[in-house]
Design a protein around this ligand. Sequence first.
Ligand SMILES: C[S@@+](CC[C@H](N)C(=O)[O-])C[C@H]1O[C@@H](n2cnc3c(N)ncnc32)[C@H](O)[C@@H]1O
Length: 315
Amino acid sequence: MDLESQLQTSTATSPWVSALCCPECGGTLTESGGGLTCARDEAFFATLQGVHRLLGHERQAELAAATAFYCRVRADEGFRHSSELPRVPRGHIQARIWKQRARHFGRFLDWLSRERPRMQAIVDIGAGCCWAAQRLAERGHLVAALDINLDPMDGLTALGEERGLGLGIERIEADMEFLPLSPNCADVVLLNGALHYARCPQNVVAEARRILRATGALVILDSPIYRRSTDGEAMVKMKKKDFLSRYGYAPCRDAAAGYFTITELTRLLERSGFEVRVFGWPSRLREFGRDLIETFRHGRRTARFPMIVAQRRSA
Ligand SMILES: C[S@@+](CC[C@H](N)C(=O)[O-])C[C@H]1O[C@@H](n2cnc3c(N)ncnc32)[C@H](O)[C@@H]1O
């Protein structure tokens, strides 16, 4: 039975629960005593504040310092949950970014209603405070939101237990490189401002493909994409300098991809079994014009944020 039919026949249990699997051994999980128990090795994973804690201990320890630093930077920069995101009031500290993000998310919603008009099972990976999951659930989609960040302002718990339950969003603490979800459970996997945080994007893409149905699509939004790697490297270097001057610390370069070139990302997706379409990349002439303006303004070519739709090819 697919997730949609399960939703129609199920009573209290979320249809996503049957798709969850043990992060240690991949066994099926069943709800019991305030959490989930693995049918294979009987490991128990708590569900706290409405979030299934499915991040293995070792990976949690590996990620802890980087996540704490990330939360601090986000708080300092004024990123936190609010119920209207991506809309923010005029004068908001990040109004310019949110305006751009709203435009990109609108492009995704247009694609969704044009090409996927029926209810979709959507996994929002690196969902942060779940604003996008919220907007999608309100439109009638069946949404699971996954992140390693539990921050009460900007992470998975920001939505609040009641709110999450009311919207039917399944929230899962897990690593995007090891998705605790069974194969063929999703119609759409969304990576919204998230793929460039992956240590190994290949793993994330392979995991996305594994959980997608045969007709499914992976959508990448708001990852910085360049034509040339030299421009991406210049951005990473500048960010590192900025972190060092503000905090006296910068995360290790190997911890995340940071950016992509359009050629390498397309190639990675194609090699991983997807057919790729890019929306919102300018024509050569416009690209040249914009590059000139940006070089004049900022002394370098800046990133583009196209929407990448990767349609799963059958094996
Ligand atoms: C810039 S935020 C984007 C949040 C949200 N998708 C949005 O559009 O605002 C990147 C998110 O990726 C998450 N992230 C980073 N590394 C991750 C990993 N290995 N597994 C899962 N999530 C991760 C971060 O915790 C953060 O919430």
